[in-house]
Every structure is written in C-alpha cells, then in structure tokens.
Design a protein around this ligand. Structure first.
Ligand SMILES: Cc1cc2nc3c(=O)[nH]c(=O)nc-3n(C[C@H](O)[C@H](O)[C@H](O)COP(=O)(O)OP(=O)(O)OC[C@H]3O[C@@H](n4cnc5c(N)ncnc54)[C@H](O)[C@@H]3O)c2cc1C
Length: 456
C-alpha cells in the first residue's frame, strides 16, 4: 500500500517539498495531499508589491505552478480553501476544515510536512472590525489590497506602518499607484536590516520620491468612518488614511505546530535538524517561514523569513522524504531590496549583531561608482564592510547604490560564506570593463580600506 504524505501550506516550501518527493517516489509508492487555505499554490509573494504597483500587470504572472498543474503533472492532490486546524501526532492524523462549504475531515498521514509560512505582526489596535487595514503575506492578502485600491471610493491617502523591507516596498508601490504615502516607523530609521548610517541613505531616497517618513513615532490606534479606516492615530497626532498597510514584520506561523507538541526554538520558529526534520519528532518535517535556522556567522538560531530559504528548505525536505540525502546548513543573512531606483543589499552581521555576538571588529565605508567614472550612467555606490579584529575575517557587508549595485552583495556573500579575510578579498579576480565597474571594483576598494583600518 502506498504511504501517505500530507503537506500543510501550498506555497514555496510546501510545494517544493511535495514536488521533490514526487520526483523520487511514484504514485504507487507515495500518495501526496497538500492542504492550502488560500486560493493559490506556488505563487511569488515577493512579487506582490510589483503587482500592486502595476509593474507586473497580471496577478497570474506571480503564480509559478497552478493547483491543476500539480494535480495533472505531479499527481499531487491539492485541496484549496482547506485549512488544517489540528494535528494529532499519536494517531498520525490532521483535521482539516473546508473554508467555503464548511465541514471537517480527518486525514491520515505517514509523513507530514509543516510549511504554514509566517503571519504578519498585527498589533492590538489593528485587530478590530475596521476595514481598509492590510497585513501582507500571501497572494490572497495582495488580492484583498488590490480590490480595496480599485474599489470606489478610491483611496488617495495611504499610511504604511513599519519600515522593514516589506513596508518600504509596499510604500513604493503605493506611490507608483499615485497615492500620497506616509510611512510611520517607531525606530529612528526605517530599514533596520542595515546599520543606521546606511539606512539614512535609503531614507533620503524615499523622501526624494515623495514618501513622507515619520520616524520615532508610535501608532496607538485607528479612526474610522462608517466602518472604514479614516486615520492612523499616533503619539504625535493623527494621520489621515484611506488605506493602511502593516509592515511590522512577520512571525513564524507555528501556533498549530506548538499545539500539536512540535518543538519551537527561542525565535518562535519550529526547531529542525539540518535535513529539515522536526527535532526529535519522527515522520514530521518543516520548512520555510515557519522554522528557525542557524546563522552561520553568529552561530545563533535566527528566524529569517525569505523566499530564497523557503524554496531551498522545502527542496531539502522533499529530497529526504523521497529517500535521498540533502541538508540545509543555515544562512548568512543575505538580502536585497529596492525603493524606487535606490537599491540596498546586505549580508552577514550588522555592527550591532557583531557587538552582541562578542566580536571585536572594524567597520569601513567606501564610496565608489558602479561603472568607470567616465562611462555614461556611472552612479555612486556606498559599500560598508565589517571585519573581525585582528583576524580580518569578513563578518558583514552592506551596499546602497543604483543601477544593479545591490547585486554586488553576492560577491561579498560568497566571500563571507567561505570565511575569507578582507586581505584575501583585495586579490579577488573580479570582472572589469568600463560599463560594469571602475578598474578597481568597489568591492576591492572596500576590502583595501578594511585592511588599512585593521592595520591602524
Ligand atoms: C510583500 C512580500 C515581499 C517579499 N519579497 C521577498 C523577496 O524579495 N525576497 C525573498 O527572498 N523573500 C521575499 N518575501 C518572503 C517570501 O515571500 C517568503 O519567505 C516565502 O513566501 C515563504 O514561503 P513559505 O512557503 O514558507 O510560506 P508562505 O509563502 O507564507 O506559504 C505558506 C502557505 O501556507 C498556507 N497556510 C498557512 N496555514 C495553513 C493551514 N493551517 N492550513 C492550510 N494552509 C495554510 C498559507 O495560506 C500560505 O499560502 C516577501 C514576502 C512578502 C509578503
């Protein structure tokens, strides 16, 4: 008799696991059922801001594989609008509710993949019945916001609460749609994924495109008119709003796992081993935004909810379930984002992380250009490097610039991943031609500056 794999969550991690398992085990050997409470499978949540702004015209362009593709080509029984509401580990069963027709079923599993993603942080003040307030995590969330923006009366004023990368990308997309946008951030700078000196450059660029940024401001409530949001109330006054987008970060969607007795780590994510098996629990695997992972530089458990990790982790889980061998070693915190034409890249530790981990370090900032200075289109770029003292090992890097400057973070990520010192980096054989770099690549200039700083 075929074994039975049940997958909870039909996006990046869940469907990567399901399809990898299917590649290795045929239908007669493994029956696969995937429960997804939303309307879509395998979509790019990362593309939502660009669909909201109109840069991506069609919603379906964000869908890599539709449910029918999984059914027809992968023999995976995808059940949409079906929410798993309970996991019984002793009986090897899940309880699932049909969200449209009502009714519950119990389904047996031999193997379970928990890939329920993350949930946007939603403060108590956003929890009432006021309409026009949106968290942003799934394509259904994006579709709900699009509907609100398209419906009459057309919203003109948006407030984005929280300046993480999702808040910043959403602010840009709302500006592009012609709304007047205010971004409220409780900290002194938005974009706390980079150090404040680098975040300041991004903040300046956001102001230049017309985003009204209020920092050091706490939101305390909402005002409404006829049940629709009409303003955001802050300690500093009231900001009129026809639509509010929450960009306060996300937390692992692990409540169901916790209720079932699966182990959570200090970040609130599910604890897994390097093959993505839930720590100490036979037959149960987890992947994506719901798990915590290891930071390879600090050595600490971290929750880094990114699509790049979700896809890799799901793939690893699926290969192992399929009888192969694969591992996910951890992360170094590489990420890129943009706000209008300004790009931000980061990898490794920020100064505050390096200090909290007990490293002695130097940090340097190097100003350069993305192309030879004389070549048309040369734009300034700023690289910050953080290196351990006295070893010179690279601990972290950040880039702010334009015209694909941010993707230079990949060279720095490879150096960091491989434990290179800044001295070794000064000799890296990087590509050079005037349309792509100055003769001294910005990465090499920054590495040389770090070597000088270490020598002082
Ligand atoms: C606006 C935005 C922009 C982003 N940009 C980037 C980017 O540029 N780069 C990057 O690397 N990452 C980005 N991300 C993050 C990336 O989208 C996520 O890390 C990735 O989607 C995580 O995949 P996942 O499968 O773990 O979780 P999800 O994509 O959240 O999928 C989990 C699925 O599980 C379903 N589910 C949850 N609970 C249940 C249940 N009980 N029963 C049934 N189904 C359930 C949900 O409906 C959801 O579809 C972005 C995210 C957002 C929201």
């Amino acid at each position: 008799m075929a074994q039975r794999l049940i997958v909870i969550g039909g996006d990046a991690a869940g469907m990567a696991a399901a399809s990898q398992a299917r590649r290795r085990r045929g239908r007669d050997d493994l029956e696969i059922v995937a429960f997804e409470r939303g309307h879509f499978t395998s979509y790019s949540a990362c593309g939502i801001p660009y669909w909201i702004s109109g840069v991506v015209e069609e919603r379906d362009a964000l869908i890599a594989r539709a449910p029918q593709t999984f059914r027809d080509e992968y023999d995976i029984d995808v059940r949409l609008r079906t929410e798993v509401t309970g996991i019984d580990l002793d009986r090897h069963e899940v309880v699932a509710r049909d969200l449209d027709r009502g009714g519950e079923v119990r389904e047996r599993f031999d193997t379970l993949v928990y890939a329920a993603g993350a949930v946007p942080v939603r403060p108590a003040w956003a929890d009432g019945d006021v309409t026009g307030v949106f968290g942003m995590q799934t394509l259904d969330d994006g579709a709900a916001l699009r509907d609100w923006l398209d419906a009459e009366p057309k919203p003109c004023r948006a407030v984005v609460v929280g300046g993480g990368y999702i808040g910043v990308e959403m602010a840009e997309s709302l500006v592009k749609r012609g709304l007047s946008v205010t971004l409220v951030e409780q900290a002194e700078q938005p974009m706390s994924t980079v150090d404040p000196d680098m975040a300041r450059l991004a903040t300046d660029a956001m102001r230049e495109v017309g985003i009204d940024i209020r920092t050091g401001v706490e939101v305390t409530g909402l005002d409404e008119r006829d049940g629709r949001v009409s303003a955001v109330v802050t300690a500093d006054g009231t900001l009129p709003a026809d639509v509010v987008v929450l960009g306060l970060g996300v937390r692992p969607n692990a409540a169901l796992a916790e209720a079932a007795g699966l182990p959570l780590g200090p970040t609130g994510g599910i604890r897994v081993d390097r093959r993505m098996r839930v720590a100490g629990v036979p037959d149960v695997w987890a992947a994506g935004d719901c798990v915590e992972t290891l930071h390879l530089v600090s050595g600490l458990p971290v929750h880094v909810p990114l699509g790049t990790h979700a896809n890799k982790q799901g793939r690893v889980a699926g290969i192992n379930i399929g009888g192969g061998y694969a591992t996910f070693p951890g992360v170094i915190g590489t990420a890129v984002t943009k706000v209008c034409d300004l790009e931000v890249g980061r990898t490794g530790l920020r100064e505050r992380d390096a200090a909290a981990s007990g490293f002695e370090f130097v940090s340097v900032i190097a100003e350069s250009t993305n192309r030879a200075g004389y070549y048309p289109g040369a734009r300034p770029m700023t690289i910050k490097l953080i290196a351990e003292r006295p070893t010179g090992r690279l601990l972290g890097a950040q880039i702010v610039g334009r015209a694909e400057a941010a993707k230079r973070i990949d060279a720095l990520a490879v150096a960091l991943w491989n434990g290179m010192t800044v001295d070794e980096m000064t000799a890296l054989d990087l590509g050079y031609a005037p349309p792509y770099a100055p003769v001294w690549d910005p990465v090499l200039i920054a590495a040389r500056k770090a070597v000088d700083a270490l020598a002082r």
